[in-house]
Design a protein around this ligand. Structure first.
Ligand code: ADP
Ligand code: ZN
Length: 743
């Protein structure tokens, strides 16, 4: 048996990580004990290690069933980088390749075999598997993307249905199912379809705390596009922009290209080859932005996606959660932005109305109804004023406490009003109408309507009829929406959206709970990083990060793999802060296991040493300082973007561009570029200013500073007889202050 310390050692040795993420250890221990397991974790939760580590520690071979060839290749590449014997068998391989791989398996060089389900049940493969069982044993089956087995999921694959056959052929080999699908129904279905035997089930929280959620109103086509462009420039890093139609994808990708963003399109209208090429270019960081329809993204493993922008409305919340969830798998801060446009709403409604039975041409009423309700939920999310996480997670049955500090609604909260009395009116109206109606009808009753439906049910006789005339239709709608979001009222998801009371509703009715309602503010663009404080992160760290990143890209290109396979951004980030200069220290980085130490330490250390000639290392004053700097510098996203925008300015300046050129290139004002440079100097970074202020002018400013001090810019400006600009004075003053009073 493996005790917990040796598990942790194995994690470090093979994958380079110090600690397990939530749930991983328990799942791995259950698997090692030979139990069937069901692991439900959000994207980026770290599911792969849950079956990979047991595969390495058990004797025999583990079979991994995975639906997508791209996914298999990705995982196998990553495993090989870590020095782990893994291979995949699928229809893209020639007979010769397949034979070679089979031989490698029988030679015992392989611990994990990835196969597509249809392959698994080919007679030839089953025979082969039998030989493997006899020779080295089968340690387990791992079913990745296990929701594909369920018709209730969003990605049903009939081939997956056959998987129960494994149980008949190998009744005693333990099986683990893994998925990021959150709904209860799908979870149950997986257990049943895979015939898991009393499985250990782990359901992780679906909260992705590193994602910042925001909603931006669309204001006309041009303005919206400008907002999009600004957003992309501000956020930086790899990103996805989702659009509703192919036409829009092409249009946006073109415009972004014209505006100097490296963007490429992806949609079902492109040829298979072009799609694949575009995908690879994006994964390898040759281009920054993928503009795509929702056809893009399933099975994309890229962990360092920094933003996902929905330029058009998504069709349902689950889809939104999964698509936006492609950001930040590596756990680093990332942005999820949704553009809310009422025009899109009409387009989607139109598309829904087109849903007809292909044989009879009759409208598919049930489907239309459900699609409409799902769309309403998206709008409710977008218009909602509560914490975005609370709203999203409620959809997956989680009661999140709100106040996440990482969504627009939490960071710029709207003023709250006490609506307890109105809520009590609303809830009692729901009760009196016997919990059989949706919000529209309840509001009609409250507002004293005598429409047909009200009369038909005799609801004009209810004591709650007309007791809510003092509030507008909009106000009641907002209350109703908010009650559902806050979990104070339950809404059915069958397409009818019937309101039902729950335990929390009764608490309000019994006066045990007050209800606060956020008051809608005018739609203003979300707060952006530009207003945030200046980063604490040392600028030399940023520069080193860029250098390490360049090395990573070169190594990745040589091997034709995506950069993140070599090291994650988190590892690079830690490397640029800790700046290890020997193998022993290098091995301590999270993400550096035995194999990667061997293969890469020297190259990266060489860059760090070179960097030290220019920026001598700062001795840590306390042992934990480096991790502290790292945390401070990467935690608040606002700070990070500030640092990176300065970093970009600096890099361009050091490459010889002048202020106006940088400003033009970055679509910023020259004054902003000046500010970046002044702030860089203020944070202790030595910039050669001769190109900004000619040396003879510098000395005059110095003299002025010595004469009257640096307290008042205005006095300096006057003292210099208005012949020197404020920018010139500011930057020289910053240098002068550094010299007088080094940081
Ligand atoms: P999922 O399949 O759940 O979406 P992955 O298995 O791809 O997630 O893991 C997401 C990222 O997290 C990967 O880059 C992986 O290397 C990293 N990761 C997984 N487990 C850990 C851990 N214990 N410590 C640090 N990073 C981890
Ligand atoms: Zn929030």
């Amino acid at each position: 048996m493996t005790n917990s310390d040796s598990l942790q050692q194995a994690l470090k040795q093979y994958f380079g990580y110090e600690t397990f993420r939530a749930g991983q250890r328990e799942i791995i221990e259950a698997s090692l004990a030979g139990r069937d397991t069901l692991a439900i974790m959000p994207t980026g939760g770290g599911k792969s290690i849950c079956f990979q580590l047991p595969a390495l520690l058990k004797s025999g071979v583990t079979i991994v069933v995975s639906p997508l060839i791209a996914l298999m290749q990705d995982q196998v590449t990553a495993l090989k980088e870590n020095g782990i014997g893994a291979t995949f068998l699928n229809s893209t391989l020639s007979n010769r390749e397949n034979n070679q791989r089979s031989q490698a398996i029988l030679n015992g060089a392989i611990k994990l075999i990835y196969v597509a389900p249809e392959r698994l049940f080919a007679e030839q493969f089953l025979d082969f598997l039998n030989i493997v069982r006899g020779k080295m044993g089968i340690a387990g089956f791992a079913i990745d993307e296990a929701h594909c087995v369920s018709e209730w999921g969003h990605d049903f694959r009939p081939e997956y249905r056959q998987l129960s056959r494994i149980r008949q052929i190998y009744p005693d080999v333990p099986m683990i199912g893994l998925t990021a699908t959150a709904t209860e129904r799908v979870r149950e279905d997986i257990s049943q379809q895979l015939e898991l035997k009393q499985p250990y089930i782990h359901v992780a929280s679906f909260n992705r705390s590193n994602l910042y959620y925001e909603v931006v109103p669309k204001q006309g086509n041009e303005q919206s596009y400008t907002n999009l462009l600004r957003q992309i420039k501000r956020l930086q890093g790899s990103g996805i922009v989702y659009c509703l139609s192919r036409k829009r994808v092409d249009e946006i990708a073109n415009r972004l290209q014209e505006d100097g963003i490296e963007a490429i399109p992806y949609h079902a209208g492109l040829g298979a080859k072009e799609r694949e090429e575009n995908q690879t270019r994006w994964i390898r960081d040759d281009v920054q932005v993928m503009v795509a329809t929702v056809a893009f993204g399933m099975g994309i493993n890229k962990p360092d996606v920094r933003f996902v922008i929905h330029y058009d409305l998504p069709r349902n919340i689950e889809g939104y959660y999964q698509e936006s969830g492609r950001a930040g798998r590596d756990g680093e801060d990332s942005h999820c932005t949704l553009f809310l446009g009422y025009g899109d709403l009409e387009t989607i409604k139109y598309l829904i109305a087109q849903k007809v039975d292909p044989h009879t041409n009759e409208p598919l009423e049930a489907e239309q109804r459900i699609a409409q309700q799902q769309l309403r939920q998206v709008v409710d999310y977008a218009e909602g004023t509560a914490c975005r996480r609370t709203i999203l997670l409620r959809y997956f049955g989680e009661n999140f406490h709100g106040d996440c500090h990482n969504c627009d609604n939490c960071l710029t909260p709207k003023p709250m009003e006490d609506w307890t009395v109105e809520t009590q009116k609303f809830l009692s109206c729901v009760a009196r109408a016997k919990e059989k109606f949706g919000s529209g009808h309840i509001i009609d009753i409250l507002r004293g309507s005598l429409n047909k439906k009200v009369l038909q049910h005799g609801h004009e006789k209810l004591s709650t009829h007309g007791i809510g005339k003092d509030r507008s239709l909009d106000e009641w709608r907002q209350l109703s929406r908010s009650l559902v979001h806050q979990g104070l009222l339950t809404q059915t998801t069958d397409g009818y959206g019937i309101l039902k009371l729950n335990d929390r509703s009764w608490e309000v009715m019994r006066n045990q709970r007050n209800v606060l309602l956020p008051i809608e503010r005018d739609a203003t663009p979300s707060p952006v990083a530009d207003q945030a404080d200046v980063s604490e992160r040392r600028i030399d760290v940023d520069i080193l990060f860029e250098r390490l990143r360049l090395l990573r890209k070169n190594l990745a290109d040589e091997q034709e793999v995506p950069p993140y396979v070599i090291f994650s951004n988190a590892t690079l980030s830690q490397m640029s802060v800790d700046q290890p200069t020997n193998r022993k220290d290098f091995a301590k980085l999270s993400g550096v296991g035995t194999k990667k130490l061997e293969q890469y330490a020297d190259d990266f250390i060489a860059i760090i040493l070179e960097h030290h000639q220019q920026y001598p290392p700062i001795e840590p004053t306390e042992p934990n300082q480096s991790t502290k700097v790292l945390q401070e510098s990467i935690t608040p996203k606002s700070k990070l973007s500030k640092a990176s925008t300065q970093r970009e300015t600096l890099a361009m300046y050091e490459n010889g561009l002048d202020i106006d050129e940088i400003a033009r290139d970055r679509n910023l004002k020259p004054a902003t570029i000046w500010t970046h440079l002044v702030q860089l100097v203020e944070s202790g970074y030595a910039i050669n200013c001769d190109r900004l202020v000619p040396p003879e002018r510098q000395s005059v400013i110095y003299e002025a500073l010595e004469a009257i001090g640096g307290d008042s810019l205005r006095n300096l400006f006057d003292h210099l007889r208005e012949e020197y600009t404020y920018d010139e004075i500011k930057i020289i003053r910053a240098i002068w202050q550094n010299e007088k009073d080094p940081l």
